[in-house]
Ligand binder design. Sequence first.
Ligand code: SF4
Ligand code: SF4
Length: 256
Amino acid sequence: MPIDGWLEALPGREDRSAGRHVADDVALFAGRDHPLLSTRTVRHHVSRLSAHLLAGDASGRSGSTGSSGSANPSRGMDDGLRRALVGYSLYTRQLDMVQDRATKRICRDGCERPPLGCCNRSHNVVFSLSDIMMQQPTGRALRMGDALARLQAEEGAHHAHGAPMGERGCPYLTATGCTLHLFKSPLCVHYLCPTVADALSAAHGPEAAPFVAGMRRAATRQLERSADFMEPGLIEAAVRMFATDGASGGTGGGSA
Ligand code: SF4
Ligand code: SF4
């Protein structure tokens, strides 16, 4: 699984204080529902990513959107921001599984806008300058956007395996496709064009409607708070949509 390979490769902070924070994060997320992920996967994912964020690599030492950041290299990232990022990555990991099954094939074979599709130069951006002016996001939302930008760079470089990125369109696009699984922007990870929405409706009937509506709501929502980065109930809507395929058609059902 490429995501686990990247998580394994991340440098992390190993001291006793970091270990206590990581253990707290693992306990917190193990107590939450992740319909498409096994308990083992959640524990491994959280422990690797939390240790990395505590090491400070993505904690905002040089904020690109002008945020003050939580940077204190001796303490790593603060609990609230770290947990918002870990929660987002568990959500996007499940959405990536949903898209593996339901939409990536359509993008590969049926896109009406080849070769770039919707992967334009700004689709990966969390906050543009005008977003910041118009939406006036909270400090945590801004720092989350900064951290996501840095994590995108780390994740993209790992999955590109040295291939050129961003020759056309999005800076994380290679000749073989997208290099991001966990840290796509909220706009990108929720985007559904009419071709894909119609294909989902044709394949799954009325059960596709809540999932399509949730994706569209999330893709168009103004990001004011860190909670706005995710759509409540979206993964559960995908599970119900896939249930129309019958018992053999699960997305993995917690086996990831
Ligand atoms: S979402 Fe639509 S426009 Fe974007 S790559 Fe897929 S098929 Fe093409
Ligand atoms: S992050 Fe990936 S899917 Fe999103 S626009 Fe860039 S290349 Fe396309």
